[in-house]
Design a protein around this ligand. Structure first.
Ligand SMILES: [Zn+2]
Length: 417
């Protein structure tokens, strides 16, 4: 049976050039005694924008692991798929992020809702979950609300899961259920009953990606109350633990943190809580590698710097179009974006410092960083030139990719000093 290790990291490589540098970060963690399973993920949206196929990700993963002599498990994740988009991922993926966000809030039949409420009433009242100090308050009304909100999504998840299982065979892939791309967070009580639904539907989820409180904007730090996040995150872990036993879910079911790159202010909390309870974690990062390519090219100077400046000018022109698909997961203050005229005069260092995620640097600009984050499409439109520059400046770019994943992500989240 394919099982995900205790610690795993989802890495996106939009243009398929940085797999080796990403893997190197995982291998380095292994040298420090921390085993992390690499997972290469790319969503349907990104494949469509760039014009790649899921089989390209498989090829890259197979190639870089073979070249590095990496003999541990690794996975290729069909990221955020649903019933309609999963087909082209089936043969090349062995990890499936089943996205049910769009079904949340839709109503299941009265019959299904009644049956779920009926079967859940024994949890009404004070629900004591080991590891959570205060009992959770659950009323029959609350259970009904949760069923009305989430049961349909769970039914859809099982339809998608069954479709994949039929093609790939039981146990031959890792299923994840994700609900993160929604406006409202799920509370620990909701998570508890959602897991009950997944158990009833026989979905052997190995990871679950809820939506947490606070903003998880792409490529920048967490925005929200860190202590509230800590409390919620810890309660969620305890809920998962209890649900595994109570609902017969896989014993290695663990938390998946989506939009997990760059959330520096909550990494210490995540790191200490997973170690306190000896729990696993899947950290999904994605577009951060594309940003490191831009930074690496800026650092290389010359025509590479000119190229990334041009990408930025174009991004300013097309800002509405580029931001639209990501509206829920970015927050750009447009008045803080440097103009084309300003950036024309910038040195390599100034451009690098504006983009590289070092909050203490006075030139760091999270608005510019988010805009460039969603602008990868512009590089895809000049693919030949872009690839030529990536290849000509490979050493510099690969070092940026490695440092970012290893030092700013893996070390902080998985506790390597
Ligand atoms: Zn996600």
């Amino acid at each position: 049976m394919k099982t995900l290790g205790k610690y795993s990291i989802g890495m996106g490589d939009r243009f398929g050039h940085q797999g080796a540098a990403q893997l190197k970060a995982v291998i380095e963690a292994g040298h420090k005694g921390i085993d992390i399973t690499p997972v290469w993920n790319k969503s349907n949206r990104e494949h469509t924008i760039i014009g790649t196929e899921p089989s390209d990700v498989r090829k890259e993963a197979d190639q870089v692991t073979a070249q590095a002599g990496f003999h541990k498990p690794y996975f290729v994740d069909a990221d955020h798929i649903n019933f309609d988009t999963v087909d082209r991922f089936i043969s090349s993926s062995d990890f499936f992020t089943i996205d049910v966000a769009s079904f949340i809030g839709k109503r299941a039949t009265d019959e299904d809702i009644e049956a779920f409420v009926e079967g859940s009433l024994k949890y009404a009242g004070e629900l004591n979950i080991p590891g959570i100090d205060k009992p959770l308050h659950v009323t029959a009304g609350r259970i009904r609300e949760i069923a009305e909100n989430y049961l349909f999504a769970a039914i859809k998840a099982s339809e998608i899961y069954n479709k994949i299982e039929k093609e790939k065979g039981k146990g031959n892939f890792v299923p994840e259920v994700s609900m993160d791309e929604v406006p409202l967070p799920q509370t620990p009580v909701e998570l508890f009953f959602i897991l009950k639904m997944l158990g009833e539907k026989n979905i052997p989820a190995q990871t679950i990606a809820p939506k947490f409180s606070g903003r998880f904007n792409k490529g920048v730090d967490y925005v929200g109350d860190v202590s509230q996040f800590a409390e919620e995150f810890e309660a969620d872990l305890m809920v998962i633990d209890y649900a595994v036993k109570e609902f017969g879910l896989p014993s290695n079911l663990k938390m998946s943190v989506h939009s997990g790159s760059d959330k520096f202010s909550i990494y210490p909390v995540i790191s200490s809580i997973i170690r306190k309870h000896d729990k696993g974690l899947h950290l999904k990062t994605a577009g951060t590698t594309w940003l490191e390519e831009v930074i690496g090219l800026a650092e290389s100077g010359g025509e590479a710097l000119i190229f990334v400046k041009e990408i930025y000018y174009k991004a300013l022109e097309k800002i509405d179009e580029l931001c639209a698909p990501y509206a829920d997961v970015i927050d750009i203050n447009r008045s803080m974006l440097p103009s084309k005229e300003e950036v024309e005069g910038w040195s390599s260092n100034k451009f690098v410092d504006s983009l590289r995620h070092i909050p203490e640097n006075k030139d760091y600009n999270s608005n510019m960083r988010q805009l460039v984050h969603v602008s990868f499409k512009l590089a895809a439109l000049r693919m030949d030139e872009y690839f030529r520059l990536l290849e000509a400046n490979e050493t510099t770019v690969a070092k940026c990719v490695f440092d970012n994943i290893y030092e700013r992500h893996i070390c902080r989240v998985f506790g390597i000093n």
